[in-house]
Ligand binder design. Sequence first.
Ligand SMILES: Cc1cc2nc3c(=O)[nH]c(=O)nc-3n(C[C@H](O)[C@H](O)[C@H](O)COP(=O)(O)OP(=O)(O)OC[C@H]3O[C@@H](n4cnc5c(N)ncnc54)[C@H](O)[C@@H]3O)c2cc1C
Length: 574
Amino acid sequence: MADSLLRLRQVGLKVRILPLVVPAPLNEIDSGVPLSAKLQSLHMTQEVKTDVLVIGSGIGGLYFAIHMADHAKVTIITKKESSTSNTNWAQGGIAATIDKNDSPEFHISDTLDAGAGLCNKEMVSILVNEGPTHIRRLMELGVEFTTNPDHSLDLGKEGGHSRSRIVHAKDLTGREVETALLARIDAHPNITLLEHHYALELITEHHLDIKTNDITCYGAYVLDTLNHKPKKILAKVTMVASGGLGHVYLHTTNPDIATGDGVAMAYRAGAMIADMEFIQFHPTSLYHPKAKSFLISEAVRGFGGILRLKDGEAFMHKYDKRENLAPRDIVARAIDSEMKKTGEECVFLDVTHIDPDKVKEHFPHIHETCLSYGIDMTREMIPVVPAAHYSCGGIMTDSRGRSTINRLYACGETSCTGVHGANRLASNSLLEALVFAWRASLDIKERLHSIHHEFEFPDWDDSGTSSLEEWILVAHNKRETQEIMNDYVGIVRSDLRLDRAWRRIEFLKEETEAYYKKTKITPQIIELRNIIKVASLIIQSAIKRRESRGLHYTTDFPNKDDKYYLRDTVLRSF
Ligand SMILES: Cc1cc2nc3c(=O)[nH]c(=O)nc-3n(C[C@H](O)[C@H](O)[C@H](O)COP(=O)(O)OP(=O)(O)OC[C@H]3O[C@@H](n4cnc5c(N)ncnc54)[C@H](O)[C@@H]3O)c2cc1C
């Protein structure tokens, strides 16, 4: 017992271990203590039982829940409002081979090309071949994509794609999809959606003091952040669909929910985590002191936008023959290199040579947002910088969405299916979320009848103090982590920078863990802990890959090394 408590502390779990006994009948309770007080202490943590728990309400979680709910009771938790997600911010669209001039072979080849040798070919084939079905399914679910006058789908073209294949809803694709899926969720009697419910930890047999390497997930400890009440949600199956991790970095295109919680929780629970070194930086996020990382979609370059320096000189021809339509990593490195050479804080994206009406028609949202910052993109160049955008790595899953922990599934950006390899092809991520969420729902339907709620689990221990003076520590450590990641683990890396980042993050981790153990939980402290954990996983993975490939570029090993590194980087906590 002492041994396992030590282990619980090592993995940072904050649970009170209670003996597995049935509570005494009320009339046997010691009369010296008020009954209400006893009940409170016995039921500090509210328990909820469900068939399927879904963590996250982006495209992955919602699409999965809709396909699961005809067969099971589904509970979705989401840490803020239901539509607060990366999905809601997606602009460009969803890649699918629909055009008669396109074929799955072309899409597969473009995906493998972007992935720099590391894609899992079987998974890519599944992604591409099953993709168009899910575009049709989305339309059945009420998503209205942009169409041509002949009612065919309007297909955009983006960097790295050899054909036009981006299905979109103007430049607000994600919002259109999220809105339609949420309407379906609202209408489904088998789905309960709990907003402001923050997943803290996955529940496994470690919470029962059982030592095993064959770990099973039984749900999650959750914080109801409006009422500040911990809950334990026990589930036959748990789906982690908690999205990305952009906020591990200082500059990001992601909304503030993207703190890598799913990866951090799954790692602590013992799941295998893969390819965390491959962080995609979007080359063109709006550079403006007041803009909170607003993304200028790749589709703008697909539409003829040209990257230029302040004096108007175009520069992409120096880096790649595809110029402005080169894959993102090449464009981001080119911008980084030009900024370092010129000492400027940004470069510019120019669409002033394109008919202004067409620009406004295609990019109404981007046009309006730029205008709100005093930039008229039809008449002046848009200042842009690269920002952390997408994580190719995550919780390792198979083709059915299964993680390496029993009854724990993952889909969407928090997962690593292997389709992106060392670099994601634009607009393949929404597609990946759809295809593998749906596949997971099929797998679970087949096995759910044989899974039962088995154990009782201890309550979450919410004891501790919250000292207001210490909040500066949380805010400071978060900012410091983000700066370290931006400066040392960004687009261009080196041994020296990674080593420096590692030592500093380890110190921040120690300090934060000590604070976490004595403090009442709040979303801020939980997020900080997760950000630091994910930062350390990214650094560890980057240190292990002693070559440059796709999104991982290090000046110490500038070339690819297929002999030793044509494989995933896999990490596990024990
Ligand atoms: C600005 C922008 C533009 C993009 N454009 C495109 C594009 O055009 N095409 C494309 O394919 N991809 C695009 N992407 C990427 C794509 O949007 C994401 O990869 C995808 O939406 C991820 O979906 P998801 O369901 O995995 O996660 P998300 O949509 O991020 O949803 C995650 C959910 O999990 C919840 N959550 C997180 N942690 C917890 C927790 N601890 N407890 C409870 N809930 C939690 C969040 O609140 C959220 O509801 C873009 C991303 C951004 C940021």
